[in-house]
Design a protein around this ligand. Structure first.
Ligand SMILES: NC(=O)C1=CN([C@@H]2O[C@H](COP(=O)(O)OP(=O)(O)OC[C@H]3O[C@@H](n4cnc5c(N)ncnc54)[C@H](O)[C@@H]3O)[C@@H](O)[C@H]2O)C=CC1
Ligand SMILES: O=C(O)C(=O)CO
Length: 332
């Protein structure tokens, strides 16, 4: 990467905290334009033509958009997931892609574990009973929940966040953990606290044995639609499905079918194939679904930490240094 140290054109395509925007403005010529807002789209498109650095998230940066950015050297994503970026086109042009691994791991694991709790103990449904003035007598068996402690948790995607979910489950709730990932993790060396408590398990076997299955997979050609009718059909009768990775790793029609006509107890979803979730999606109001508006990392502290890391990554790359968190195109 050869980028000299003079002022560069930077395009910010999602709001940044004022102090992080000021860090960028002190060193570079910055345009802030949100392409999701129709009134700002022309400014975004105009700035693309000269931009050397982009920073933002939640917007598809596809090949056509990259073609309109001939001087682009670096994209700094305020996210760990990189499914919004045309990776092959970036690699072909030698454009550096940075992201925000690590700083959101624990917060996202908290969110995923809250979905485990909420679905098992029917928290949202039963809180609604109180809120709506329908708590008029002790609840009966038909509204009882399901224990979380001691249940077997199956985790799909055993990277940073998957392992953080496993720690909560195994160390806090006495849950045996099965995990599915591309390859076994050397737990004795990388996460000794989980050694002997989390077992690498082929997908079908995991689905057959887990009481609760939590997906924390990145979206890629390999994981798109990974959970379909066959996979939901393999799950234990009465099991729960959680998705905290990416929506499109699940075939939503198959999930609905498993909830309506299969034996799935409930689903807890933070992510959807289309976001925001369309008004006519049956998942929005399904009685067995706890749906969240993609809040995995959405705490004050963590969103700020993500913005700081993304800003640092961009400044480093534009200064010709190796950024703290480069997404390695061949990693997995
Ligand atoms: N709901 C939310 O707000 C958030 C969602 N995410 C999602 O979670 C994903 C995971 O984040 P990290 O744990 O930091 O990533 P990571 O790279 O540390 O872990 C990914 C894991 O998935 C596994 N994997 C990848 N492809 C696979 C395949 N084809 N089959 C089986 N396993 C496969 C990898 O082996 C690895 O264990 C992100 O890519 C993002 O999409 C991340 C943060 C917040
Ligand atoms: O970082 C990500 O990939 C998210 O989904 C939001 O934090």
């Amino acid at each position: 990467m050869t980028i000299s140290s003079d002022r560069k054109k930077v395009l910010v395509f999602r709001e940044l905290p004022p102090d992080q925007l000021a860090r960028l403005q002190a060193r570079h010529d910055v345009t802030v334009a949100n392409p999701r807002l129709p009134e700002q789209l022309p400014a975004f498109q105009a700035a693309l033509a000269t931009a050397e650095g982009l920073i933002g998230s939640s917007y598809k940066i596809d090949e056509a958009l990259l073609a309109a950015a001939p001087r682009l050297k670096v994209i700094s994503s305020v996210s760990v997931g990189v499914d919004n970026y045309a990776l092959d086109a970036l690699a072909a042009r030698g454009i550096v892609l940075c992201h925000t691994p690590g700083v959101l791991t624990e917060t996202t694991a908290d969110t995923i574990f809250s979905l485990v709790m909420a679905t098992s103990r029917r928290l949202v449904e039963l809180a609604g009973l109180v809120r709506e003035g329908r708590w008029t007598r002790n609840i009966g068996e038909e509204l009882f929940g399901w224990d979380v402690h001691g249940k077997t948790l199956g985790i799909l995607g055993f990277g940073r966040i998957g392992q953080a979910v496993a720690r909560r489950a195994a160390l806090g709730f006495g849950m045996p953990v099965l995990y599915h990932s591309r390859r076994p993790v050397d737990l004795a060396r990388k996460a000794p606290e989980l050694a002997g408590k989390a077992l690498h398990t082929p997908l079908d076997e995991l689905l057959r044995h887990a009481d609760i299955v939590a997906a924390v997979l990145p979206l890629s050609n390999e994981t798109r639609g990974l959970m379909g009718g066959r996979e939901f059909g393999l799950m234990k009768p009465g099991a729960i499905f959680i998705n905290g990775g990416r929506g499109a790793t699940v075939q939503e029609a198959a999930l609905l079918d498993a909830l309506d006509h299969g034996t799935l107890r409930a689903a807890g979803l933070d992510v959807f194939a289309t976001e925001p979730l369309p008004m006519d999606s049956p998942l929005r109001t399904h009685p067995k679904v706890t749906a969240l508006p993609h809040i995995g990392s959405a705490t004050v502290e963590t969103r700020y930490a993500m913005a700081v890391l993304a800003t640092t990554n961009l400044l480093q790359a534009l200064a010709g240094e190796r950024p703290t968190a480069v997404f390695e195109m061949t990693a997995g």
